[in-house]
Design a protein around this ligand. Structure first.
Ligand SMILES: O=C(O)CCC(=O)C(=O)O
Ligand SMILES: [Fe+2]
Length: 272
């Protein structure tokens, strides 16, 4: 069956896996009508992450597209560009310093983590794919008993990896519910991170008590039948909903290869 849907603006929405993501074609992000933007917003809420091929956005165009989604979020730990202070350049720091080579939600150590992240691929190597998993599905596929058990449970989230990368004296941390309700769709998503490291424990529990359960939830979320893996090309724009997806940046391209993507994040709510 061809799942492609075309609307009146000429824009097409094509799912990229059975569990998460869609590619939007027939549109230039640098030149969007309000009708096309409304269709993109609906596809984003439906599919959790979107792929736009061959956009080759200038920094100004990237910023203008991102501004349609809300306020920019600037993370106090990371070095942004001087000319565009909302753009963070992702580059190859070497595998041993790759803080994103694990499944994570962005900036969960913040009280109000970003809602959306938008990447623009400038110069990408062979390899260096990024993967996303659908955390609505991860929640919905838990047994009703486990869903009940997790109701009202919070976890401690830390910025341990970034603190180590930047040599910060203190590790930032926040408590968030492990089942959060998306503020726009009203759907429940499993909200977790790498156990023992980004998520050291559940609230009022020891690591010994809670890491085995967190490890189960992490593995359950990231099974191959719950992910999409993106092979980057220069000019791609990919955006994800940081309230219902985790992602993982594969570092398989060596410490010398150039890999350059520009990143803008949009502010989000306190998870509830
Ligand atoms: O390098 C990538 O593909 C994604 C890195 C990442 O985790 C992020 O930008 O939040
Ligand atoms: Fe990330």
């Amino acid at each position: 069956m061809d799942a492609k849907v075309e609307d009146l603006t000429g824009l097409q929405v094509q799912p990229v896996s059975g569990s998460i993501g869609a590619e939007i074609s027939g549109v230039r992000l640098a030149d969007l009508t309000d009708a096309a933007f409304a269709a993109i917003r609906q596809a984003f809420l439906d599919h959790c992450m979107l792929v736009f091929r061959s956009q080759h956005l200038s920094m100004e165009e990237h910023v203008a597209f991102a501004a349609r989604w809300g306020e920019f979020d600037v993370n106090p730990l990371s070095p942004y560009r001087e000319d565009y202070p909302m753009i963070l350049e992702l580059e190859n720091r070497g595998k041993s310093r790759a803080v994103t080579e694990n499944w994570h939600y962005d900036s969960t150590f913040e009280a109000a983590p970003p809602a959306i992240t938008i990447l623009s691929a400038r110069d990408v190597p062979v390899g260096g794919d990024t993967m996303w998993c659908n955390q609505y599905r991860a929640y919905e596929r838990l047994s009703p008993g486990m869903q009940r058990l997790l109701e009202g449970v919070r976890a401690e989230f830390t910025g341990a990896r970034l603190a180590k990368l930047y040599g910060l004296p203190e590790v930032p941390r926040s408590l968030h519910p492990v089942v959060r309700t998306h503020p726009e769709t009203g759907r429940k998503a499993l909200y977790i991170g790498k156990p023992g490291d980004t998520v050291p424990r559940l609230e009022d529990m020891s690591p010994e008590d809670s890491v085995p359960l967190l490890a189960y939830l992490y593995e359950h979320s990231t099974r191959p039948d719950n992910i999409y893996r993106h092979h980057w090309r220069n000019g791609d724009v990919v955006m994800w909903d940081n309230r219902c997806t985790m992602h993982y940046a594969v570092h398989d391209y060596g410490d010398e290869a150039v890999r350059s993507l520009h990143r803008i994040t949009i502010a989000g709510d306190v998870p509830r």
